[in-house]
Design a protein. Structure first.
Length: 1084
C-alpha cells in the first residue's frame, strides 16, 4: 500500500529527481533527434550514460554531469541541422509504497519517415527496475485512416542486462481521439540461465501477452483512466516480483491519471492478480515533445488538444518494457539405481546407488512395499550400499520393483529412481507322470491310476514335496505329498465320456500325463405298460426298451432281439431310434405269466413278468386319470364284479394293488351292487397301474392306467455376482430340480432366458442329479438376470453385474519435430469389445515442451485431444491418466533448430577474412563477398535472396548492387529456415579509381560519385567500413590501397589556415591529414 506520510528526506529526493529529469530532457532530447541519422552511435552512447545516471547513487549530480558532457556540445549543432524533425522523449519517476525511485525510466521515439498518412519510427528506452537494468529498441509503422483512426504495428528487442535475458515483442495499435487500445505479445529469445538473485534457481524471459486501453473524458481531458490485462505462461513466473512467483499468472491493472499541463502527468495504478496478489503504485511522468516550445508544454489549456489523434501521432508505444521472468528450481540432487538386479531366490544381493548432491547426501528413502509383499526385505541401507534378501521365485511374479528417492542435507529430494529385481528359481527337479492305462469306461467305477515320480538333479528321489493335481474332467483323488520313493499317486474316474488330461505340479514345475479316453457305458430298461392282460389273443401288453449311456444320453442304432416265455410278439428284431428306444407288443391266448427279454450286444435285459388271465366280466372305472404327486391329490377307483350272467356279485373279497402310490381308503369286499372302491395318492411322479385280485380265484382285474405329475421345486444359483464385459469372462448358473420328497428330477426340459448378455444354450435337460447348467457372457456393461423355466414354472437367479475393461492408445502427428512446433495428441479409449468410452476425464502430462490443454474429457468416439508445443531439443514423452490407468505416447524427438553459426568475409584470394559473428556486414560495395555457415541443418542449406542485388553460390554471397532491404533466406531439407537482413551502408564505388578530389567535372571524384547517385565518402563512413571489415586492402575493390592512401571528403582547417583532407594509410588504415588533391576514394 502507498504510505500517506512520507518523510521530508523522501520528498526532497522526489523533487531532486524530478528537477534533474526536467533539466536533462530539455537539453538532451533535441540532441537525440538531431544526431539520430547523422551518427547512430552517439544516440546509443547517450542512452547508455543515461542508464548509468538512473542506476547511480547520486542521481542529481550525475544528471548534471551528463548534461554538461553530452548535451552542451551537441545540442546547438543538432537543433540547427534538424530543426524540422519531430519526436517524443519521456522520463518517469515511479514512487512505490516505500517511496523508492527504482522504477525510473527513459524512453525516446524518433521518426525517420513522417507523412500525413504514414509514420515510420524507432523507439529506444532504458529503465532500472528492482536492480535490473533493461534496454528496449523497436521499430514501428503507423497508418492514419480517413475516418479518424490510427492503425499501427511494431516490433521490439528487449534485453535485461543483469543476466542478459533477451526477448522480442510484437504489438498492434488502434487509436483515435480520447482513446488508445494496444495489444502486445512477448516471446523469449534466451533460455535458462542461473539466477543471480534467487538461490538454486534458473531464470529466463516468460512468454506472454497483454491488452491495454487508455481513455480520457472529452469534457474534462485532464482526467483519464486506463485498464490493462496481462497474461504470462510458465510454472513460476515473477509477474508480481521474485518472492510472489505464480503458475501462468495474470493481472488486471486499473489506473487514474491527471494531467494539469502537457509536460506533467501524475497517476495511481492498482494491479491485482491470481491468489490475491496486488500492488499499488504512484506515478509521476514528464513528457517532453521535441521541437515544441516549452511554454506550450506548460499551458493547461493545451491538454485537450493533447488527447487528439493528431497530437499523439508520435506518442510512445504502450507496452510492458520490463522483462517478466520465469524461474525453475535447479536439479540439486540425483539418484541412480542399477536398471536390473539379478539373483537366485532367497539369496542376498548388494547394489550401489549413484548419488550426485550439491549439498551432500543425507539419506536414501526406499519404497520396499512390493519387495516385502513378495517375501523379500531390505537388510541394510547405508546410503553407499543397499543389501537385499530376495524373495522366493514364483511363476506368477518373477520380478519386483524397488524404488527410492535421495534426500540431501537441506531436505531437497531427487526424482524417483527404480531398479527391477529379477529372481531366478533354484536348481530344477525332474518330474514324470505315468498311467496304468489310457482307456476306461465312463461308469464312475472304472478307474485310472496315475503315478508322479520326482527326482533331484542327482537322480535321487525327492520326498516330502507338495503336489498339486490338476484335471479337466472326472473325479480325481490323489496324494498331496511325495513319499520316501519320491512318488505320489492319484485315481481318476468319470461318468462322462471324453478325453481327460491330468497334470501334477510341485515347486512351480509341472508334468503332464498321457491323455486318457473314457468310453460311454450302456444302461437299458425294458418296461411293460401293464402287468395283467386277458388271454384272448387281442388285448396286448406294450413293451418299451430304452438304451442310454451312463451320462443319460440316448444310444441310437443298436440292433435288438426280443424273446418271450408266453404269447406272441409283434416283432423279434429291430433297431433303436434317435431317442434310444424300440417298442414291441405281446398278446396271448393262454393264461399264465409271460417274461419278455431284449438282447443287445450280448447283454440281456428282462422286463417284469406279465400275467395273462381268462376272461372275466369285471371292470374298474376311475374318477380321473391324473393327479399331482403330492400325497394329497387322490384318484378314486371303483370295481364292479359280475358273474357270467352279468349279475353283480356281492360280498366278494378283493385285494387292491398298485405299483405307484398308496391307498388311503380301500374296500375289502364288494357291496350289494357288486362294487368295491379304493382311493389312491402318491408322492412319486409317474404312471400308476392299479389292479384288483378276486380272493379265492386267480382272476386279476386291471384298472385303466393313471398318472401322477411331479410337484417340482426349482432353485437357480449364479456361480459369482460379477464378471468383465469382454465377451469371454463367463458366469455359470446351476438349476436344481427336486420333487416334493426332495428327490432329484432328471430328464426335465429346461428353457433358459436372460435380459442382458449371451447364454451358452437356450435349452437343456436335467441330469440324474436333477441339475442343469448354462453360462452367461456379455460385451455390454450392466446388470443381468437369468431365468429358467421347467414345465411352465419359471425361476430367476440373483442379478449379476458385468463391468467394462478400458483400453487406451495415444497417437501423435509427428515423432520428429523442431522447437516451436505444435501438434495434436489424441488419446482413444475403448472397452474390451472395442466400443468407444466417452465422458472419461483425461489428465495430460509431458516431461518436455508445453501442453496447451492439461485436462479434457473423451467425446462420443472415445477421443480426447491436447495441443503440445516443443520448446527445446531432446526426447519428449507425453502421458495421459484416465480411468485409473496411465497411457504413454510414442517418444517425440525434438531436433535442434537451424541457426547461423558464423558469417565470414571472403578476400580477393578466396581466403577467409573478417568474422562478423552471426550477422551480415552492414557496409558493402560491388563485389563484396562473405560466406554464411549454419549449424543444426537437416541436409544441405539452400540460400535465396529477395533481390538480384545479391548473387549466391552455395553459401557464398556476392553483392552486386545496393542490398538495402534485401533478405537472405536459408532452407534445409526439413524446411527449416533462417533469415538475415542486409545492411544499408552502401558504397556505390570502392577504391577502384584514382582521380582529382576537389573539382567537379568528368574524371573527378565528385563527378564520378554523382553519376552513381552518391557522394565521396566522409571520414566517418570510411571509419565504419574499415572498422567492420578489418584489413580492407585485402578485399576485391580495395586491393589498390596496398601501401596507398584512401581519401575522404572530410577536410579540416588548421590554426594557420591550411586546409587538409582526412585520409587513411594502408595496411592498417591509420588516419592522417594530407594536402594532396588527387588519390583513391570511395563513393557512398
Amino acid at each position: 500500500m502507498v504510505k500517506t506520510n512520507p518523510s521530508s528526506s523522501q520528498v526532497r529526493r522526489v523533487a531532486v529527481y524530478g528537477l534533474a529529469g526536467l533539466q536533462f530532457f530539455f537539453q538532451v532530447t533535441p540532441a537525440f533527434a538531431g544526431v539520430f541519422q547523422a551518427d547512430g552511435q552517439s544516440v546509443a552512447q547517450t542512452a547508455m550514460e543515461a542508464g548509468r545516471v538512473l542506476q547511480g547513487s547520486n542521481s542529481g549530480d550525475a544528471a548534471r554531469q551528463l548534461l554538461t558532457s553530452q548535451a552542451s556540445g551537441q545540442a546547438a549543432d543538432a537543433v540547427t541541422q534538424w530543426l524540422n524533425q519531430f519526436g517524443t522523449a519521456k522520463t518517469q519517476l515511479s514512487v512505490d509504497s516505500d517511496f523508492s525511485l527504482k522504477g525510473s525510466s527513459l524512453d525516446v521515439l524518433l521518426p525517420f519517415y513522417n507523412t500525413p498518412k504514414n509514420v515510420l519510427f524507432t523507439q529506444l528506452g532504458m529503465r532500472d527496475n528492482d536492480g535490473r537494468f533493461t534496454t528496449n529498441a523497436g521499430l514501428g509503422h503507423r497508418y492514419f485512416t480517413d475516418n479518424g483512426w490510427m492503425l499501427g504495428y511494431n516490433v521490439f528487442y528487449d534485453v535485461d542486462w543483469r543476466n542478459t535475458n533477451r526477448r522480442y515483442g510484437i504489438g498492434v495499435e488502434a487509436w483515435r481521439d480520447y482513446l488508445k487500445v494496444s495489444a502486445n505479445g512477448y516471446k523469449r529469445l534466451s533460455d535458462w540461465r542461473q539466477s543471480p538473485t534467487v538461490t538454486d534457481y534458473d531464470e529466463r524471459p516468460a512468454d506472454g501477452w497483454d491488452i491495454r486501453a487508455e481513455g480520457w473524458l472529452p469534457a474534462y481531458p485532464q482526467l483519464g483512466g486506463k485498464l490493462v490485462y496481462e497474461q504470462y505462461y510458465g510454472n513460476e513466473v515473477a509477474l508480481f516480483g521474485e518472492s510472489e512467483r505464480q503458475k501462468n499468472p495474470h493481472a488486471i491493472t486499473a489506473g487514474v491519471t491527471w494531467t494539469p499541463f502537457p509536460l506533467l502527468t501524475a497517476g495511481v495504478d492498482y494491479r491485482r492478480g491470481k491468489n490475491g496478489a496486488d500492488d499499488t503504485r504512484l506515478n509521476l511522468g514528464l513528457t517532453y515533445r521535441i521541437g515544441e516550445p516549452l511554454a506550450h508544454q506548460l499551458d493547461s489549456s493545451r491538454v485537450g488538444a493533447q488527447r487528439s489523434l493528431a497530437a499523439n501521432r508520435l506518442e510512445l508505444v504502450n507496452r510492458n518494457n520490463d522483462v517478466v521472468l520465469e524461474y525453475r528450481k535447479q536439479t540439486l540432487i540425483t539418484l541412480q539405481l542399477p536398471p536390473d538386479v539379478y539373483g537366485a531366490e532367497l539369496t542376498t544381493v548388494t547394489l550401489t546407488p549413484q548419488v550426485n548432491a550439491k549439498y551432500g547426501l543425507s539419506r536414501i528413502e526406499l519404497d520396499d512395499a512390493e519387495l516385502r509383499q513378495a517375501g523379500g526385505k531390505i537388510i541394510s541401507n547405508t546410503g553407499n550400499q543397499i543389501t537385499l534378501q530376495l524373495p522366493a521365485w514364483s511363476s506368477d511374479r518373477q520380478s519386483v520393483t524397488l524404488s527410492g528417492r535421495a534426500r540431501d542435507t537441506r531436505g531437497n529430494l531427487s526424482d524417483i529412481a527404480r531398479t527391477r529385481i529379477l529372481v531366478s528359481p533354484a536348481v530344477q527337479q525332474q518330474l514324470a507322470v505315468s498311467t496304468d492305462k489310457t482307456t476306461a469306461t465312463a461308469d464312475g467305477a472304472d478307474s485310472v491310476r496315475y503315478t508322479l515320480t520326482v527326482t533331484g538333479s542327482d537322480g535321487k528321489p525327492v520326498s516330502g514335496q507338495a503336489v498339486r493335481w490338476e484335471h479337466n474332467g472326472g473325479t480325481l483323488n490323489g496324494e498331496n505329498t511325495t513319499n520316501a520313493d519320491g512318488m505320489a499317486t492319484a485315481t481318476l474316474t468319470s461318468q462322462t465320456a471324453g478325453i481327460i488330461r491330468v497334470a501334477a505340479t510341485t515347486r512351480n514345475q509341472t508334468a503332464k500325463a498321457a491323455d486318457v479316453t473314457f468310453v460311454a457305458a450302456m444302461q437299458g430298461e425294458l418296461l411293460a405298460d401293464r402287468t395283467q392282460a386277458l388271454a384272448d389273443g387281442q388285448e396286448a401288453v406294450s413293451y418299451t426298451l430304452t438304451l442310454r449311456t451312463t451320462d443319460g444320453k440316448p444310444i441310437s442304432g443298436k440292433n435288438v432281439t426280443f424273446t418271450t416265455t408266453v404269447g406272441q410278439l409283434s416283432r423279434t428284431q429291430g433297431t433303436t431310434d434317435q431317442n434310444g428306444q424300440l417298442s414291441v407288443q405281446l398278446t396271448s391266448t393262454r393264461a399264465g405269466q409271460a417274461v419278455v427279454n431284449a438282447s443287445v450286444d450280448g447283454t440281456t435285459i428282462s422286463a417284469a413278468p406279465v400275467t395273462f388271465e381268462n376272461h372275466l366280466d369285471s371292470a374298474i372305472v376311475v374318477n380321473k386319470t391324473s393327479a399331482v404327486a403330492d400325497g394329497q391329490d387322490s384318484i378314486i377307483l371303483t370295481a364292479v364284479i359280475r358273474d357270467a350272467a352279468g349279475v353283480p356279485v356281492a360280498g366278494q373279497a378283493v385285494t387292491w394293488h398298485t405299483d405307484n402310490g398308496q391307498f388311503t381308503q380301500q374296500d375289502a369286499v364288494t357291496n350289494a351292487a357288486g362294487a368295491a372302491s379304493a382311493t389312491l395318492t402318491s408322492t412319486q411322479a409317474g404312471n400308476a397301474q392299479v389292479s384288483l385280485s378276486l380272493n379265492g380265484t386267480t382272476t386279476t382285474v386291471s384298472a385303466p392306467r393313471v398318472s401322477f405329475t411331479q410337484q417340482l421345486y426349482l432353485t437357480l444359483q449364479a456361480g459369482r455376482t460379477t464378471a468383465v464385459a469382454d465377451g469371454n469372462d463367463a458366469i455359470t448358473y446351476t438349476l436344481n430340480v427336486r420333487d416334493a420328497a426332495g428327490q432329484p428330477v432328471k430328464d426335465k426340459a429346461v428353457q433358459w432366458s436372460t435380459d442382458l448378455g449371451t447364454l451358452s444354450a437356450q435349452q437343456g435337460t436335467t441330469s440324474a442329479q436333477g441339475e442343469a447348467t448354462v453360462t452367461l457372457t456379455s460385451t455390454q456393461a450392466g446388470q443381468a438376470v437369468v431365468n429358467a423355466t421347467v414345465d411352465g414354472r419359471a425361476v430367476s437367479a440373483q442379478s449379476v453385474t458385468f463391468t467394462r475393461t478400458v483400453r487406451g492408445v495415444i497417437t501423435v502427428e509427428k515423432e520428429r519435430v523442431y522447437p516451436g512446433a505444435r501438434q495434436t495428441v489424441t488419446l482413444t479409449l475403448t472397452d474390451a469389445a472395442g466400443n468407444p468410452v466417452s465422458g472419461e476425464r483425461v489428465d495430460w502430462h509431458a516431461d518436455s515442451g508445453n501442453l496447451w490443454q492439461t485436462q479434457g474429457t473423451t467425446d462420443a468416439q472415445g477421443r480426447a485431444t491436447t495441443t503440445w508445443e516443443s520448446t527445446m531439443p531432446g526426447a519428449a514423452t507425453i502421458t495421459a491418466d484416465a480411468y485409473g490407468q496411465q497411457y504413454t505416447a510414442p517418444v517425440i524427438t525434438v531436433m535442434p533448430a537451424l541457426t547461423v553459426s558464423s558469417v565470414t568475409g571472403i578476400d580477393a584470394t578466396g581466403a577467409d577474412g573478417k568474422n562478423f559473428g552471426k550477422r551480415v556486414p552492414n557496409s558493402t560495395w560491388p563485389g563484396a563477398k562473405f560466406r554464411i555457415d549454419t549449424e543444426n541443418a537437416a541436409g544441405t542449406v539452400t540460400w535465396t535472396a529477395s533481390s538480384p542485388a545479391v548473387s549466391i553460390s552455395g553459401n557464398v554471397m556476392t553483392v552486386k548492387s545496393n542490398p538495402a532491404g534485401v533478405t537472405l533466406t536459408g532452407t534445409d531439407a526439413d524446411g527449416q529456415t533462417v533469415t538475415l537482413n542486409m545492411g544499408s551502408n552502401w558504397f556505390a564505388q570502392s577504391a577502384t579509381k584514382y582521380e582529382w578530389l576537389n573539382s567537379d567535372y568528368d574524371g573527378t571524384a565528385i563527378y564520378s560519385c554523382r553519376q552513381l547517385g552518391a557522394q565521396v565518402a566522409s571520414s566517418g563512413a570510411l571509419q565504419g567500413v574499415i572498422s567492420e571489415w578489418g584489413e580492407l586492402e585485402t578485399y576485391d575493390g580495395w586491393t589498390n590501397l596496398k601501401n596507398n592512401w584512401l581519401y575522404s571528403s572530410t577536410t579540416v582547417v588548421s590554426g594557420n589556415g591550411v586546409k587538409s583532407t582526412i585520409a587513411y594509410l594502408f595496411p592498417g588504415g591509420k588516419e592522417g591529414l594530407l594536402t594532396g588533391i588527387r588519390g583513391y576514394y570511395a563513393c557512398r
